[in-house]
Design a protein around this ligand. Structure first.
Ligand code: UDP
Length: 305
């Protein structure tokens, strides 16, 4: 997401200072930005203090492992970046009198008991479950952001990002779209967890970035849901990916992970009213673009196969 946002901000003539420790991403994603004068990369773990030498107007905090596979592998780092990392970023925003943006998540709703989920819903989260390192630290990040808003009058924007996909995802990040596309392109079985009846709504990354940059320009703290309202079951998605790749892969059914939310779909009323935003890229088109990108990336990573 950061690589897409950086491109959009540079296109809009901003100067971008990118801070990343690349725990779950690759420098390859920003390789073509590195020679640009208005792009600066600082390799740093944001859970440690950071003082920027030059003045910044916006601090946008996206740092965190965000795929269940990644945050299960790094539960402590995930909690640290959601709490200590958010603290560092809020400190920078305070020092620079900058606007602060928090990339929060639909995971704050946990396994939701109502659907679709409006921003006013408080959620249904297991505070000690396997996903809690992510869910609870993002909830703490929201709480800390609003505390800084109340106590220090920091100008804040909190977005709750629903499932997002597109080019430059890691083929092995474990998320459902990247998994299915990778499996289909390499003629492996598509791994559907449970019966494949759990649902998600999937937003193409360009739509999400457009929503975020619009939100930065209006006066509202959020939280604001961004995602799409078209809900698909995991099984429907698997069949779609097989059809769109023309793969010979079959579907296999594996056990469900713990605390996997059964459904997820944003209520977008606030986004429509506040930033006049509606996702533009239909799932089929977005998946086709993502497949094309994955094909190239797999060639780059495995030239001989
Ligand atoms: N899922 C699946 N097979 C996979 C990867 C994920 O059936 O190979 C399911 C997962 O159990 C969940 C949904 O797809 O119900 C979305 O999972 P993902 O890891 O993409 O993100 P989440 O929305 O759970 O954060």
């Amino acid at each position: 997401m950061g690589s897409h946002l950086s491109r959009k901000l540079l296109k809009d003539k901003h100067r971008v200072i990118c801070v990343d420790n690349f725990i779950t991403s690759s420098e390859e994603n920003i390789k073509e930005l590195l020679p640009k004068k208005k792009f600066i990369l600082i390799k740093h773990d944001i859970t440690k203090p950071l003082h920027l030498g030059e003045k910044v107007d916006w601090v946008m905090h996206f740092a965190s492992p965000a795929s269940p596979k990644d945050y299960l592998k790094h539960p402590i780092k995930t909690i640290k970046v959601g709490t200590l990392g958010t603290h560092t970023c809020l400190g920078i925003a305070k020092e620079h009198k900058a606007k602060f943006f928090l990339a929060s998540t639909s995971e704050v709703y946990g396994d939701p008991l109502i659907s679709p989920q409006p921003e006013s819903y408080w959620g249904n989260v297991n505070s000690i479950g396997e996903r809690s390192c992510y869910d609870e630290s993002k909830r703490a990040a929201e709480a800390m952001t609003f505390a800084y808003w109340r106590e220090h009058q920091i100008d804040i924007r909190v977005v709750r990002i629903f499932n997002t996909y597109g080019p430059r995802m890691r083929f092995n990040d474990g998320r459902v779209i990247s998994n299915f596309i990778y499996q289909a392109l390499t003629n492996q079985d598509l791994t559907v967890y449970g019966k494949g009846s759990y649902t998600r709504s999937f937003c193409y990354v360009d739509d999400l970035i457009e929503g975020i940059t619009r939100f930065m320009k209006v006066e509202h703290t959020g939280p604001l849901n961004l995602g799409t309202t078209y809900e698909y079951s995991v099984l429907e998605l698997a069949k779609k990916v097989i059809a769109l790749t023309g793969s010979k892969s079959k579907i296999v059914y594996l056990p469900l992970p713990a605390d996997d939310p059964k459904q997820r779909r944003p209520d977008l009323k606030l986004a429509r009213k506040l930033i006049r935003w509606e996702p533009q890229v239909p799932l089929n088109d977005g998946i086709k673009r993502t497949i094309a990108w994955f094909k190239n990336d797999l060639k780059r990573l495995f030239p001989s196969s």
